[in-house]
Ligand binder design. Structure first.
Ligand code: ZN
Length: 206
């Protein structure tokens, strides 16, 4: 098993994708977890978007067309930042900027030719044409963002981590809507330690 830094705590595929930037965007502690097309493949496999066969095929294909693989990486990162900004705005109760909707709509236009209706045991569902193109992971991510954005009941549960050093997004599934941190073990505990120190050094905030 590959040792990757990815975590899937967002409760939605598009939020997990936005969370492939560690730390806080635009701060010194920001770390991009997608530094190569291979990283993107690892994420896609862990997210369940591709299997081992597709992983190996796409990795070989990327080695044979480095320029296209880099273009896809740049493209999905642009999409990632649009997704982050859209749902960060929503988490803060702001209206989403038109230019961000434009970015999402552009991605929908580019990727939805992969969309298919497939049979399932219960009936029919959205599926994707598995054509092994280098951007095969983009369509499900775009679809996830479109679905989330058009589901008012779920939309009200989107949160951005309360830590000043983290910009991860997640769906608050708690009954009383009280989840504040992406991860209690990391950001939640860091915040507790910070508040404890502030109290004991006489510095404001509790
Ligand atoms: Zn966090």
């Amino acid at each position: 098993m590959d040792n990757t830094p990815f975590e899937f705590i967002g409760g939605s595929l598009c939020l997990d994708f936005a969370n492939t930037v560690g730390g806080a965007r635009n701060q010194a502690n920001a770390t991009d977890q997608l530094t190569s097309y291979t990283d993107l493949l690892h994420w896609s496999r862990e997210a369940g978007l591709i299997g081992d066969t597709a992983f190996n095929h796409l990795q070989t294909k990327a080695l044979n067309d480095v320029s296209r693989a880099n273009d896809v990486l740049a493209e999905v990162k642009t999409l990632r930042e649009a997704i982050y900004r859209i749902f960060s705005d929503i988490a803060r109760g702001n209206t989403v900027d038109d230019t961000l909707l434009l970015d999402l709509n552009k991605a929908i236009g580019q990727s939805f030719h992969h969309a298919r209706i497939v049979r399932t045991p219960d009936g029919y569902a959205w599926g994707w044409k598995q054509d092994m193109s280098l951007d095969t992971m983009e369509a499900p991510i775009v679809r996830s963002a479109a679905d989330l954005l058009t589901a008012p009941s779920t939309l009200s549960r989107i949160r951005e981590c309360a830590s000043d050093h983290c910009t991860w997004l997640f769906l608050d599934e708690t009954k009383n809507r009280s989840r504040r941190w992406c991860n209690m073990r990391t950001c939640g505990n860091a915040s507790k330690v910070h508040r404890y120190r502030a109290r004991h050094t006489g510095n404001a905030e509790v």
